[in-house]
Design a protein. Structure first.
Length: 411
């Protein structure tokens, strides 16, 4: 019954979109290349193809840090794609200000995006000088600790309920040859783990004082010193991970070679592809089981200005398709993220997604650091924590000093 409803709704959206009359190919660039991500992006492609147009997949391997410079170079160099993924926040701010991005305000107003998209900060991140330049597609939260139930059973210890219990279990895990904490070598992974520790240990107010208010005194103070102590524990527990990509680190958890991973809810897509069940095969602790807050980061699609009129029309159809309620459900169930629309049925959500929805409903949210820091400041932070996790000789005190300097000059 539900399948027939979705099919009918999608058919109706296609008819309303009018895409069939002006069918055209549209290249879409993104960095979703892991198994779970590929399954999710296939849902977007299928929905767009159903309009009579054709999604030309432009996946770029290596995560956002590798893909974004390539995307930006193509747009500024006169070889724009039809649409491109960026994270919610300021990553495309300069491109929009330079007049290189399509204004979606008319579509957003026609389809009442302001009434449908929750939280409002997502659309705010798309808005520059009063105009809307992107279509949000999901809410991804970083604040999760993913645990392998098998790893803890093999080590003979109970699955932890919070970060302190997890740290206490590390010696028993290591005695069985299990890596306590999987952290890949990409700089954004270490920086993201630190941000998660900050919210869990220091709390929402301190997080905002540091990243929103750019308060260097707080960044150099005792509350953040506690966070660096926890980051030092995380560094010690992650020794021996020896993987680069985030999904490789997730796979260590899936296979029980590692006990846990601090990673965003996109990790759920990997558990799903591996046929693992939330609550049975793995456990999720939002806010590390300490402070149940989630960030409202995630992904949005921007549309570079194109001279080809037919492709420009196809961009409008794609923007509408991405926010279609059927597309929102199909994509986010595969991606492990939450939908940006507040009016969709997620009865099929698993236990971890339901936890995220409950936290979102309570309003226990923060903005992602991509929304609060410029790309340059974010890169400085990533470089610091990449070095910190890779270099045991860097003390927490020295790292905190450098962190405070980054915050002092952040924009």
């Amino acid at each position: 019954m539900k399948a027939r409803y979705f099919a009918a709704a999608l058919a109706a959206s296609v008819a309303l979109g009018g895409g069939i009359a002006n069918a055209t190919d549209l290249e879409v660039t993104h960095w979703w290349t892991s198994g779970g991500e590929a399954a999710a992006v296939a849902e977007l492609a299928k929905a767009f193809d159903a309009t009579g147009n054709k999604w030309i997949d432009g996946a770029i391997a290596g995560s956002g840090g590798t893909a974004r410079p390539i995307m930006i170079s193509r747009i500024t160099g006169g070889d724009p794609m039809g649409a491109t993924q960026f994270n919610h926040g300021r990553q495309a701010e300069e491109l929009a200000q330079a007049g290189l991005m399509k204004d979606l305000t008319a579509i957003a107003e026609k389809e009442k995006w302001k009434e449908l998209i929750r939280p409002a900060s997502l659309l705010d991140s798309c808005t520059i000088d009063g105009k809307i330049y992107c279509a949000p597609v999901n809410i991804h939260s970083w604040q999760w600790l993913w645990l392998s139930n098998k790893a803890f059973a093999d080590a003979g210890v109970a699955v932890p309920k919070n970060w302190d219990e997890f740290v206490a279990a590390a010696p028993a895990l290591e005695a069985k040859g299990i890596i306590p904490l999987a952290v890949g070598g990409q700089p954004w992974q270490a920086a993201g783990a630190f941000d998660v520790l900050m919210v869990a240990i220091a709390g929402k107010d301190v997080f905002h004082q540091v990243f929103k208010d750019k308060d260097e005194t707080v960044a150099a103070g005792p509350e953040i010193a506690k966070v660096f102590k926890a980051a030092d524990d995380a560094r010690r527990m992650s020794k021996g991970s020896n993987v680069q990509d985030w999904n490789q680190a997730t796979n260590l958890v899936i296979t029980g070679k590692a006990a846990g991973q601090i990673m965003g809810d996109w990790a759920q897509g990997e558990f799903q592809v591996a046929n693992q069940v939330a609550g049975k095969d793995y456990t999720c602790l939002p806010g590390l089981g300490v402070n149940e807050i989630i960030s409202t980061g995630g992904d949005a699609f921007y549309f570079p200005l194109l001279k080809d009129e037919e492709k420009s029309k196809a961009q409008d159809v794609l923007a509408s398709t991405l926010l279609n309620p059927v597309t929102q459900v199909a994509f986010n169930l595969k991606k492990g993220s939450l939908p940006v629309r507040g009016d969709v049925d997620l009865a099929a959500a698993n236990d971890c997604m339901k936890k995220g929805l409950e936290i979102l409903a309570k309003g226990n949210v923060i903005e992602g650091t991509d929304q609060l820091l410029s790309p340059d400041s974010q890169k400085q932070k990533e470089d610091l924590f990449s070095e910190f996790f890779a270099n045991p000789s860097m003390t927490p005190e020295d790292a905190q000093k450098r962190f405070a300097e980054i915050i002092a000059s952040a924009d």
